[in-house]
Design a protein around this ligand. Structure first.
Ligand SMILES: NC(=O)c1ccc[n+]([C@@H]2O[C@H](COP(=O)([O-])OP(=O)(O)OC[C@H]3O[C@@H](n4cnc5c(N)ncnc54)[C@H](O)[C@@H]3O)[C@@H](O)[C@H]2O)c1
Ligand SMILES: O=C(O)CCC(=O)CC(=O)O
Length: 360
């Protein structure tokens, strides 16, 4: 059969330019006609946020940001936005800052301008996430898609190499999972392949020269492509696993993704030949797993879930929480047995290539 697919492109303006964030932000705030801006940025970013918004009509600087957006944190931010009669949300920071802005937008319908400083990619998706009683819930809603994204590599220079690697591999996971996600299509695949290439170029450049701009620009560009592909394709097996681990054991998002990725790739790739050859080609390596592993080695990537708050005793609960969420279509059938094997290998950081092949 020829090509047969449907694809939704999300409406969003992207402004890219190193050293241009203040100029781009001022123009966007003016274009919105905003007069009461809520600036969401963590304490670490307070000075940068103040500098970027010095001449803007900011009525509230908000810094109470918690990873995985607990509902209590969302409620506080929503109340503050209402109290200050905010008409535009601007968020500066990683996925946690963007996630909080999305939580406010979900409730209020306020537009969001996102200025990301990690490679998490939340800025380019219409996906929200909230955590309640140790369970992370996600959903899709047009209201949470930032209207404008402003990428400025200068603002990511302070992201330490280790976090850059972990976050960049979070973006890599968006690319790889989008090749077998529930709504995978050729457009997502093209974006993902270019995202893999950009990240595989940018991340080593960052670790070689953390103060250099080119690697940071490539990583931001790759992160954007990865998020567009992920938003369109939907969560595949990898994201379902990391979503449960992050929400239930409050594990650090980027490091969890970076650790789990080679195991899901080793698990699925032998059963997804088209995805496997696309990933391999994007890495310029004989196989997808070899390409990813070579990059991970070069970057000294996060290796074992046991280093991030997960324990062998947690595996049965993780399996029981993940199994009902496994996408209906995955290249390889997921069972309690093979999922336990995958999580056990990721827990200890053993060679992903050693995962058992599917039984005939
Ligand atoms: N909804 C979506 O589509 C989507 C996509 C990806 C991630 N997320 C969510 O985003 C969150 C994770 O985002 P994250 O991995 O960016 O983590 P994060 O935003 O929590 O940032 C991680 C750490 O890096 C620090 N940091 C961020 N930028 C920095 C910089 N430039 N310099 C120095 N330090 C910096 C932060 O202060 C924090 O301590 C999770 O809650 C995840 O679920 C959502
Ligand atoms: O905002 C969320 O928590 C849900 C989407 C998400 O986290 C994507 C990812 O796992 O990287």
């Amino acid at each position: 059969m020829g090509l047969l697919f449907s694809h939704d492109t999300l409406p969003q303006r992207v402004l890219f330019g190193t050293g241009k964030a203040a100029e781009h932000l001022a123009a966007e705030v003016a274009a919105f006609g905003a007069t009461r801006v809520m600036m969401i940025a963590g304490r670490r970013d307070a000075n940068t946020a103040a500098g970027l918004s010095a001449r803007l009509p900011v009525v509230l600087h908000y810094s109470d940001i918690v990873q995985h957006v607990p509902i209590e944190s969302a409620a506080r931010a929503r109340a503050a936005a209402r109290e200050h009669r905010v008409d535009l949300l601007v968020c500066l920071g990683g996925g946690s800052a963007v996630g909080l802005a999305k939580a406010v937008a979900l409730d209020t319908g306020l537009p969001v301008i996102a200025i990301p400083t990690t490679y998490a990619g939340s800025e380019a998706t219409n996906v929200w996430g909230l955590t309640e009683d140790g369970r992370k819930k996600t959903g899709v809603d047009a209201r949470v898609l930032p209207a404008t994204v402003i990428y400025d590599a200068q603002l990511s220079l302070s992201l330490p190499s280790g976090l850059s690697v972990a976050s960049g591999l979070n973006a890599m996971a968006h690319c790889i999972d989008s090749l077998w996600g529930p709504r995978a299509d050729p457009i997502n695949a093209a974006l993902a392949a270019e995202g893999i290439r950009a990240l595989a170029t940018g991340l080593p450049a960052i670790t070689d020269d953390p103060a250099g701009i080119e690697g940071r620009e490539q990583a931001l560009y790759g992160a954007y492509l990865s998020a567009v592909a992920f938003a369109s394709a939907g969560s595949g097996l990898h994201h379902k696993i990391c979503h449960v681990l992050g929400g239930t054991w409050n594990m650090p998002h980027a490091q969890t993704h970076a650790t789990v990725l080679p195991y899901v790739l080793a698990f699925n790739a032998p059963h997804a030949p088209e995805a496997e050859s696309r990933i391999a080609a994007a890495f310029g390596s004989p196989t997808a797993l070899e390409g990813l592993n070579a990059l991970r080695k070069r970057l000294d990537a996060p290796r074992a879930l046991k280093n991030y708050g997960f324990d062998a005793a947690d595996i049965p609960e993780a399996v029981s929480l993940i199994l009902p969420q496994v996408p209906a279509i995955n290249p390889r059938t997921v069972t309690g047995e093979n999922l336990t094997e995958l999580l056990t290998a990721a827990l200890h950081g053993t060679d992903a290539a050693g995962l058992s092949p599917v039984k005939a």
